[in-house]
Design a protein around this ligand. Structure first.
Ligand SMILES: [Zn+2]
Length: 255
């Protein structure tokens, strides 16, 4: 496992990212009865279970996107990664396991055949570790994607989640849903609260994403208290806290 890869920051890559974001692969209309909030955890470290605890405190469930080459490994930054027992535990508690590629592939730079093979491997590895449910949710590693990858992900999964910030409302691309990052800084908290407010006002679908969860999370992670606070505020504002595929159903994205 290569823990330190970073997507290209070249001007060409930045332009490409904008073009891909603008070009919708799978149009969908978000129209829930009540605002929908979906907390998600990527990769994912075992400490993300703390996030599951925080959601359950408020009657909510979340989504956990599993990068299977990290299974049973120890990340130098995020600590112990999920294993088969973690998957079983989450499943039993009503959370959703999503796909996140096998090798944490940069889907913007890889050819489509490689994207297909890698995500296929991801699904096989999940099944071999005892996860036999249909996997309907996907999150792009680094949020990186291409138009072709979005089309394919839209065929295979109900939802594809990116990392472009914002609330999903009105017409969206269900293969590149927006998501707001959770972290430890006051800026993260401020942005998350603003997004939640906008989600409630627009009757939209808000994804939050992070990685590890704990009292002193890594720079990729979020504190338990922030998830607890946001979940409480969301419920108080009349939103439902659900996993990605139930969110898609409630928003009318899938049936
Ligand atoms: Zn990831």
């Amino acid at each position: 496992m290569q823990w330190s890869y970073a997507p290209s920051r070249s001007p060409a890559a930045k332009v490409q990212r904008r073009v891909v974001q603008w070009r919708r692969a799978c149009n969908a209309e978000i129209a829930p009865d009540r605002p929908v909030v979906t907390f998600t955890f990527d990769d994912f470290p075992k400490s993300a279970l703390n996030g599951a605890d925080a959601l359950e405190k408020h009657g909510g469930r979340g989504g956990f996107y599993a990068c299977t080459s990290m299974m049973g490994m120890r990340s130098p930054v995020m600590g112990e990664m999920f294993d088969a027992a973690t998957l079983a535990d989450l499943r039993q508690r009503g959370h959703e396991i999503g796909a996140h590629s096998h090798t944490h592939l940069d889907c913007a730079r890889a050819r489509l055949e490689k994207v297909e093979r890698d995500i296929g491997e991801n699904l096989v590895a999940l099944s071999e570790s005892g996860h036999h449910e249909t996997v309907s949710a996907f999150a792009f590693p680094y949020g990186e994607t291409s138009y072709a990858a979005k089309r394919w992900v839209g065929d295979v999964f109900t939802t594809g989640r990116g990392v472009l910030p914002g609330v999903n409302s009105g017409e969206v691309d269900r293969s590149q849903l927006r998501a707001v990052e959770l972290g430890s800084s006051t800026m993260h908290r401020r942005r998350a609260l603003a997004a939640l407010k906008s989600c409630v006002e627009t009757n939209g679908w808000l994804f939050f994403f992070t990685h590890d969860v704990g009292p002193s999370p890594s720079s990729y992670g979020a504190p338990f208290g922030l998830i607890d606070e946001l979940a409480q505020r969301a419920v108080d504002a009349g939103a439902v806290l659900v996993a990605p595929t139930l969110g898609a159903v409630l928003c009318g994205v899938s049936d």
